[in-house]
Write a new protein. Structure first.
Length: 322
């Protein structure tokens, strides 16, 4: 018995030593792996692909026990796979997002437009709880936009997020100073009050991003004049009925209706509805991946605002954040 205990002790010492020396790699949890196709419903040779975009639009990765690719990487991976599948005849992108960063929103829009131009198949946007600001921006790449009867959309505009910690530092007796190469190098610093001139510089950048948003809406909604779009794009949100009356969307209906519209545009009488997922994800029907555990505006409960304005650096957002 003593010999057995001695052998076990020696084995433990060898394992611990190997781990400390970096000789052994132990993967207790397998990585998520590449996306896989899952059939949700329907029959036929042709496919309607259902893509999901839910949460705050950002290039940030998803931390956890098994880190997940960020939203941009996942969307790109899905579009690349779909572009190689000749049986995919239409795409429905269901959007459940209050928007996000200017650049991430624009990248998703660009990728979807490029995919549609190369694949030459219809793309339908289906808005769920919220498809505002950057979420609406993305929908402009679709051929047709359908909203749920209770969808909140619109919020066309730009917001700059920053923080000002000067008052807090004064209370705790801490003073920050910066040595710069020019008087505007530290503009937007959280450690001092923004000057009127600096505010004007930031406003000019916001105006530039705003003009790009208007141009994207003009291209996506050719039925509206530029004056009509400017009047609608004051940052306000719209219900589904209001958005349809204003010409910001095409139809009001459910996700099933969006799929039927996609089939009709693709000339299909029947089709298999498929989606993409990773190992361990559960898919049983078209709503399987849509709703997460977070309450309130999709993804905003898990939105790390402090990381988005990391170090106090201003962030320009196409985001509805009441």
């Amino acid at each position: 018995m003593y010999r057995v205990y001695s052998m076990l002790a020696l084995l433990c010492i060898l394992v611990v030593g190997s781990l400390q020396s970096g000789c052994v790699t132990v993967n207790l949890i397998e990585p998520s792996g590449p996306i896989q196709e899952v059939q949700l419903s329907g029959t036929g040779a042709g496919k309607v692909l259902l893509l999901d975009l839910s949460g705050v639009i950002s290039s940030q990765g998803k931390d956890g026990i098994v880190p997940q690719p960020n939203m941009l990487a996942t969307f790109k991976e899905e579009l690349m796979r779909a572009s190689k599948d000749d049986k995919i005849k239409a795409v429905v992108v269901r959007i459940n997002s209050p928007g996000g960063t200017v650049t991430a929103s624009d990248i998703l829009y660009h990728e979807l437009r490029e995919f549609k131009a190369k694949k030459k198949i219809p793309v339908v946007a289906s808005m769920m709880d919220v498809a505002a600001s950057g979420g609406y921006y993305l929908a402009m790449a679709a051929d047709s936009i359908l909203v749920h009867p209770s969808t909140v959309t619109g919020s066309i505009g730009v917001i700059m997020l920053t923080v000002n910690a000067r008052g807090l530092l004064e209370k705790v007796g801490v003073e920050a100073s910066a040595i710069t190469s020019g008087p505007r190098k530290d503009m937007g610093s959280p450690f001092r009050v923004m000057t009127a001139e600096e505010r004007g510089i930031f406003q000019s950048v916001i105006d530039s991003f705003y003009q790009r948003f208007l141009a994207v809406v003009q291209e996506g909604r050719p039925n509206l004049t530029s004056d009509q779009i400017k009047k609608l794009a004051d940052g306000r949100i719209y219900s589904g009925d209001q958005a349809k009356a204003a010409g910001l969307i095409d139809e009001i209906g459910y996700l099933d209706d969006a799929i039927e519209i996609a089939k009709k545009k693709a000339g299909l009488t029947e089709a298999r509805v498929v989606t993409y997922g990773r190992r361990g994800e559960y898919h049983n029907n078209i709503y399987s991946r849509l709703f997460g555990a977070s309450a309130g505006i999709p993804g905003l409960a898990d939105f790390d605002l402090l990381s988005m304005v990391r170090g106090g650096t201003p962030q320009f957002m196409y985001l509805w954040m009441p």
